[in-house]
Design a protein around this ligand. Structure first.
Ligand SMILES: Cc1cc2nc3c(=O)[nH]c(=O)nc-3n(C[C@H](O)[C@H](O)[C@H](O)COP(=O)(O)O)c2cc1C
Length: 212
């Protein structure tokens, strides 16, 4: 076995007590995001998004969280990508923020819906031009014959939009995930980790401690 598969990292003594967490799990998640960023977690807003494919099997990939507030978690992608098509058919998702460096994870389960096109428009306009061109050039998730073909498309689009704004493809935009549950996981010594799970209940949330 390689060393990587046989490690036993001690996750330390930092506790997560019921009295430590805010009653609003969205506010608590924002707090943990800020702490992850302050702790130099690489890409703290990267989250692993799992969706249900048309064949019933789950698929996972990383996306970047772009907004988090009481309305939910927002990320941007191609609506015609594998995940986009999956979400439009099966909007139920699971999301993990894997902050190994600080011995924490947050797990969100919820339902995703496309955001208002005006929101996608505003976010697309704020992106670097290279990203706008790439989003336009790429028919995300579909096979392509070669890297050269993709780069040729980029060159063509750069010429086409020379001197003017790159319009947002209407197949590109945001999803907002409304959480049904949010679990805060704090690693502890000897695998006696702390897990506090919030579940939506009416207009508020209930919290329970789960066994590690
Ligand atoms: C750190 C990181 C951040 C990413 N952020 C995004 C993102 O915000 N949106 C996106 O569409 N893909 C993002 N990707 C690429 C996705 O993981 C994935 O490869 C792509 O969206 C195609 O997924 P699909 O074929 O399952 O639809 C990111 C990948 C990594 C590693």
């Amino acid at each position: 076995m390689t060393d990587a598969l046989s490690r036993h990292t001690d996750y330390g003594q930092t506790p997560l007590n019921e009295s430590d967490v805010l009653r609003d799990p969205i506010a608590q998640a924002r707090l943990w995001l800020d702490q992850a960023a302050e702790s130099n977690v690489y890409e703290p807003n990267a989250m692993v998004l799992s969706t249900i494919d048309p064949d019933g099997l789950p698929s996972s990939r990383t996306v970047l969280l772009r907004s988090l507030d009481e309305r939910g978690l927002e990320f941007f992608t191609s609506y015609t990508s594998a995940k986009g098509r999956a979400l439009l058919a099966h909007p139920e998702v699971s999301i993990v923020f894997p902050w190994y460096l600080i011995h924490r994870q947050i797990i969100v389960r919820g339902v995703a819906t496309p955001v208002d096109p005006a929101v996608s428009e505003a976010y697309f306009a704020s992106r670097p031009r290279g990203s706008q061109i790439a989003a336009t050039a790429s028919d995300q998730s579909r096979p392509i014959a070669s890297r050269d073909e993709l780069e040729r498309r980029v060159v063509e689009l750069e010429a086409k939009y020379d001197g003017r704004d790159v319009p947002r493809p209407d197949t590109w935009g945001g999803f907002r995930v409304v959480p049904e549950s949010i679990e805060f996981w704090q690693g502890r010594s000897s695998r006696l980790h702390d897990r506090l799970k919030f579940t939506r209940s009416g207009s508020g949330w209930t919290m329970e401690r789960l066994q590690p």
